[in-house]
Design a protein around this ligand. Structure first.
Ligand code: NDP
Ligand code: 8X3
Length: 252
């Protein structure tokens, strides 16, 4: 059955690949991110390729008022959101806590934690009214363990872990599924963003082993939405074969 899938951070990486796999399977999409031109061109491309309906929104999830306005202004037929994928997120900087930059800390906490809350706050009442829905939060292996210089990013993803558990408990009586997908290293724009656009540094993160791709994660996200009604994947940690957890990656 055709569903409405709402994906934050759909202009690149996991979000973009996830938009593609859901469109390919015939679902309609609300896609958002800050880079309007990327969201608009993805909407055009997926509509042409898969003949689905797409509602693109230019949105910074850190802006509480913008998030509220965007969701409250959705046409009524687009408010019937079946799946929310809280994917927008980033790491900014890679420093020991004593050398950390407060702007980086705020960017990560505002996006990864508060942004996820602002969007969920708008979508949860819609799902409660429908008595169904599925919220998928993109955590990380950094939701599970802390690594050197990962301090605030790991804290933000530990918060995603806790919020996922909390949402699942609170929403139990409303029949809403809540899943955390916790990926290890995947080659996307993630490291480029973390290293302020330094492509060499970013590339180096993925040298010596085969990292996951956006498509790998999109396939897993999609899979969690295909289970029978009575099943919910609560928490799914996925890494490439070369990675044991946040800390150990076997590099040749
Ligand atoms: P990318 O940098 O490739 O994509 C991040 C997406 O988030 C972009 O679409 C970006 O869009 C969007 N985004 C960032 N900040 C905001 C904001 N303030 N408002 C709205 N959208 C925003 O990274 P990934 O695809 O790798 O990351 C996606 C998620 O997966 C993140 O939550 C990340 O923490 C997590 N993750 C990534 C892993 C990896 O190794 N790549 C592993 C584990 C988890 P735009 O810039 O246009 O706003
Ligand atoms: C992104 C993966 O290893 O940088 O969440 O924490 S890692």
């Amino acid at each position: 059955m055709k569903k409405i899938i709402c994906i934050t951070g759909a202009s690149a990486g996991f979000g973009k690949a996830t938009a593609e796999i859901f469109a390919k399977n015939g679902h309609d999409l609300i896609i958002s991110a800050r880079r309007k031109e990327k969201i608009d061109s993805l909407a055009g491309e997926l509509t042409r390729k898969y003949n689905v309906d797409i509602f693109p929104i230019e949105l910074d999830v850190r802006n509480q008022l913008a998030v509220k306005t965007a969701f409250q202004n959705l046409p009524e037929n687009w408010k019937k959101i079946d799946v929310l994928i809280n994917n927008a997120g980033l790491a900014s900087g890679f420093d020991k806590i004593q050398d950390g930059n407060i702007d980086d800390w705020e960017k990560m906490l505002d996006t990864n934690v508060k942004g996820l809350l602002y969007v969920s706050n708008q979508v949860i009442p819609l799902m409660i009214a429908q008595k169904k829905g599925h919220i998928i939060n993109i955590g990380s292996t950094a939701s599970k363990e802390v690594y050197l210089k990962g301090n605030v990013y790991c804290a933000s993803k530990h918060a995603v872990d806790a919020l996922t558990k909390g949402m699942r408990i609170d929403l139990l009586e409303h029949g809403i599924k809540v899943t955390q997908i916790a990926p290890g290293a995947a080659e996307t724009e993630f490291s480029e963003v973390r290293f302020y656009g330094d492509k060499e540094k970013a590339k180096n993160v993925y040298q010596g082993f085969k990292p996951m791709t956006s498509e790998d994660i999109a396939g897993i996200i999609y899979y969690t939405t295909t289970l029978p009604e009575h099943l919910c994947i609560n928490d799914l940690v996925v890494t490439s074969l070369a990675q044991a957890n946040s800390v150990y990656i076997h590099k040749e």
